[in-house]
Design a protein around this ligand. Structure first.
Ligand SMILES: *[C@@H]1O[C@H](CO)[C@@H](O)[C@H](O)[C@H]1NC(C)=O
Length: 424
């Protein structure tokens, strides 16, 4: 159209192949012809219309079932082409990520500046580190299992031994209820392995490893919890993102619809309100210092190492290694170590880990302190349906798990009332 309409375009007219300029009437004819041709092309490419079918379009389509039959084949074909293009696009984006990381690394220690900082307000550092190159040779058996169960290279993983069998059943029953297919139990003993199999739950058993196996079979809560940092390494090396979950967790919605995926570690918090969960400036007062009596401190409640999403990146694997290494040498609580490694900066004699972090929404990924201390007493917050509830703050776990299901799944409004805020 632009070609035909252009008055002072000798090049265009000559290039248009016409020789003589077109008359007014024939220009209109050409325009109409082009319009019809475009319409045909569109009808061919988008048999369902250019826009998503509206209710009336659906109504209409019922009258043309016979033609819809042929075009639905084309739609399926186009959809699969689109899916494959999306996959290619994701792969290319991953490669860009990787290359820009390499470029940055190559630039380190050189005088030349590879990057010029843009104008004020436009610079943004890297949070989303490139994923590692998947290495199937570390565990081909696991690679095969993950290839089958993962969705978009992601899955929920939990470790379990027979001590938590009853809770495990509640755990996977609720995951199944919300329709999440990509989850896997790492069984730490025979009993749990056969229990999972008999319930149609995909289960993975590690190859024998003495150091790990002793803890796995007899370990209490905290000892088993520390194991996951060793077990998870291979999962990341194989290129999968893991949503690590403890067993005392109720899934109420699909967690994969509520992740940001922009950080190495995205974790639920032990915090009980915005300040404690997301960080605050806590002013420490020392009156004897007079003029300088106030010292500002940065505080944040710890991340809960029983529920976090970890991307397969170098900083993530370094985190697992550092935590596992410290737990094998110190008598320490894995959650404390996990947080120290994540948060402490480099200082003399110590090199900090620089993993990017994101705190999950405390009302979507809810700990049981938030639920029992605040949410159940708040008319507005009560209406929100969390993605998960983690009974991390309470020892009577199974009892409270069942009450959470009564409340959120079965709609029993008073199901949470009989419990005290904390344990008594
Ligand atoms: C807590 O943070 C959320 C998200 O930033 C915000 O929407 C909400 O208003 C905050 N609540 C309070 C009590 O400050």
């Amino acid at each position: 159209m632009a070609l035909a309409g252009r008055r002072d375009g000798p090049l265009m007219l000559r290039g248009g192949g016409g020789g003589k300029p077109l008359s007014h009437g024939s220009r209109i004819a050409v325009a109409v012809a082009v319009g019809i041709a475009l319409g045909c092309v569109c009808a061919f490419l988008y048999p369902d219309g250019l826009f998503r079918p509206s209710a009336s379009a659906l109504q209409w389509s019922r009258h043309v079932d016979s033609t819809a039959c042929e075009s639905s084949g084309r739609v399926t074909n186009l959809e699969s082409q689109l899916a494959s293009l999306e996959r290619k696009n994701a792969e290319l984006r991953r490669q860009i990520n990787e290359l820009s990381m390499k470029l940055q690394l190559a630039g380190q220690g050189k005088d030349e500046t590879l990057y010029k900082a843009g104008p004020f307000g436009t610079v943004k550092a890297l949070r989303t580190n490139p994923t590692v190159m998947p290495d199937e040779s570390v565990n081909s058996r696991l690679a095969k299992i993950l290839g089958e169960v993962a969705v978009k290279k992601e899955l929920i993983v939990a470790l379990a031994n027979s001590n938590v069998r009853e809770m495990l059943e509640v755990w996977f029953t609720n995951i199944k209820r919300v329709g999440v297919p990509n989850f896997l139990v790492v069984a730490l003993d025979d009993n749990i392995e056969s229990f999972c199999k008999s319930n149609g739950v995909l289960v993975y058993r590690r190859d024998p490893d003495e150091g790990i196996d002793n803890i796995a079979k007899t370990g209490g809560n905290h000892a088993v919890s520390g194991l996951k940092f060793r077990v998870l390494r291979e999962f990341l090396q194989l290129g999968y993102s893991i949503l690590l979950s403890d067993i005392d967790i109720i899934f109420l919605r699909n967690p994969f619809d509520h992740l940001y995926r922009d950080s190495d570690v995205e974790s639920m918090s032990d915090g009980h309100n915005n300040m404690t969960a997301y960080g605050f400036n806590d002013v420490f007062d020392e009156p004897s210092m007079g003029w300088a009596r106030y010292a500002h401190t940065m505080r944040i409640w710890v991340y809960n190492s029983g529920f976090f999403y970890i991307r397969p990146t170098i900083p993530s694997i370094e985190l697992l290694d550092r935590v596992a290494d410290r737990l094998s040498h110190e008598k320490a609580w894995d959650q404390a170590v996990f947080n120290e490694e994540l948060f402490f900066p480099s200082h003399p004699g110590y090199e900090g880990l620089y993993a990017s972090r994101r705190t999950m929404d405390i009302y979507l990924f809810m700990n049981s302190k938030v639920l029992f201390k605040t949410v159940r007493k708040d008319a507005q917050l009560k209406k929100l349906k969390p993605v998960i509830v983690h009974l991390n703050y309470h020892p009577d776990k199974l009892d409270r798990m069942k009450a959470v299901i009564e409340f959120y799944v079965n709609g029993k409004q008073d199901a949470l009332q009989r419990f005290p805020d904390g344990s008594e």
